[in-house]
Design a protein around this ligand. Structure first.
Ligand code: EPZ
Length: 429
């Protein structure tokens, strides 16, 4: 298994281009199933997660062709001929969001059998909301031996669906299925994450009729068929936010380019409160921090968008480990998203966890140690801590990072981080 070694203490100076968003790309890829015409996604990140989903789509008979165009990396998906609607456990378990192929397969062909994704390290993460919503759209669903078998022989039918709480995945999943349903669907208490807006706009480009962009109520007037087309994946706000925190942690001046700074306002507001200098310049964010002055501790609570993103909680906590004073970090989205705490403690951080609340007592310095990545965003918090820890920190199990951060060592290395990948035996995960 590969690991990453970081020699702490180097300032970061330079610029980092923001890639296309993983959490949008994988939903847009699933949307390619909804049409028999080619869908070209540009600004495509090349990540383990997009590769996993590409493999699953190929299994359904979708042709997936990677290339390079004017907007950088792109991939062409052609689901002209769906030859299978079966998603086996071995392919779905590699990435939970693969479950979201169920709705598009069902809407397009009238049947699908997809493995349940199972739990994961950050929580149980059930899919009950997805299943309830598809049932409301008229799907007949059976659960058997870890699989969901769904049929809708006469097609899906529009319905009014009020989610009991906000779910990004359930909103996206139901939205995709409803585009081809007969009649009108209203999704109430819909998630408003920017990646959903990206999906709404791509589906609209494909001919879907959707009202309520970026609001918590989406109205979808079903159409008979969707077209293909070309869509540019929205910039990755979590990647952008992560590198903003990295620059604040290490000190120096970093320009993050080709992003959407307004999408990380909840983070940059907190960074400013802590004493980081933030400048917005069009699509770029410039992060400056004088490394001699310590940052101030500030509290955060994760919330649905536009609140503070749970996917940036671990990284912000890493920043707080070396701030002056005590910071309270509350996690309200997932029940088990503090696995980075014991690993940060190995580097000398002082953190106490009580339920969904972590109290971070800032220390002056962290000390290098071997640590283990536990999930994607937690891994990033360890890389950040490694940027300032005295000595060489090695982060193991970096396949987690490879799922969601494109060319991480190259991007940080270009700004002066002393970071390298140590190749290990073939990854198993
Ligand atoms: C998406 O996960 C993202 N994943 C997550 O990013 C992100 O942390 C999360 O949204 C919140 O922003 C992708 O987009 C692929 P939810 P998702 O449904 O859709 C519970 C990353 O690091 N719930 O909004 O799975 C659930 O357990 C990942 O890139 C149910 O109980 O999140 C959770 O506690 C991690 N039943 C809460 O709702 C359901 O049927 C919110 O989950 C669905 C969800």
């Amino acid at each position: 298994m590969d690991s990453i070694a970081i020699e702490g203490g180097a300032r970061l100076n330079g610029s980092i281009p923001v890639s296309g968003a993983k959490n949008s790309a994988i939903k847009l890829m699933a949307a390619s199933i909804l049409t028999d015409q080619p869908l070209r996604l540009t600004n495509m990140p090349r990540l383990a997660d997009t590769r996993f989903l590409g493999e699953l789509l190929r299994h359904f008979g979708v042709s997936v062709t990677e290339g390079h165009g004017e907007d950088g990396q792109e991939t062409l998906f052609d689901a002209g001929d769906i030859t299978s609607t079966f998603a086996p456990y071995d392919l779905v378990r590699q990435m939970r969001a693969s479950f979201n192929v169920l709705g598009p397969l069902l809407a397009r062909t009238g049947h699908a059998k997809v493995s349940l994704p199972g739990g994961c390290t950050i929580g149980a993460r059930p899919v009950d909301l997805h299943i309830d919503a598809l049932t409301r759209l008229g799907a007949m669903i059976e659960l058997d031996e870890g699989y969901v078998s769904a049929t809708a022989p006469g097609g899906l039918r529009g319905a009014v669906i009020e989610f009991p709480f906000v779910s990004v995945g359930a909103t996206e999943h139901t939205l995709m299925a409803a585009t081809l349903a007969k009649g009108t669907t209203v999704l109430k208490r819909a998630a408003r994450e920017p990646e959903i807006g990206d999906l709404v706009q791509c589906l609209t480009m494909m001919g879907a009729r959707i009202e309520g962009l970026d609001t918590d109520e989406l109205t979808i007037h079903g159409v008979e068929r969707l077209n293909g087309g070309t869509w540019s994946v929205i910039p990755d706000r979590i990647e952008m936010g992560s590198y903003a925190v990295a620059a604040a942690m290490a000190g120096g001046e970093v320009r993050l380019t080709k992003g959407r700074p307004e999408l990380i306002a909840a983070l940059t507001d907190k960074m400013i409160e802590a004493g980081v200098e933030i400048e917005i310049d069009g699509q770029d964010v410039i992060v400056r921090r004088d490394p001699v002055r310590r940052l101030k501790a500030v509290d955060i609570t994760t919330e649905v968008y536009p609140g503070f993103a749970t996917d940036l909680q671990a990284q912000f906590m890493a920043l707080m480990t070396v701030a002056e004073g005590e910071s309270v970090v509350r996690e309200t989205i997932f029940e088990n998203r503090f696995m980075h705490v014991p690993e940060l403690a190995r580097l000398g951080a002082h953190i106490e966890v009580h339920g969904n609340e972590a109290r971070v007592h800032g220390v002056e310095t962290l000390k290098a140690a071997p640590v283990m990545a536990t999930d994607l965003r937690a891994s990033m918090s360890l890389i950040m801590a490694g940027l300032v820890a005295e000595g060489e920190t090695t982060v193991g199990r970096v396949y987690h990072l490879d799922r969601g951060f494109e060319r991480l060592e190259e991007k940080l290395g270009a700004c002066g981080a002393r970071i390298r990948r140590i190749r290990g035996a073939a990854d198993e995960h």
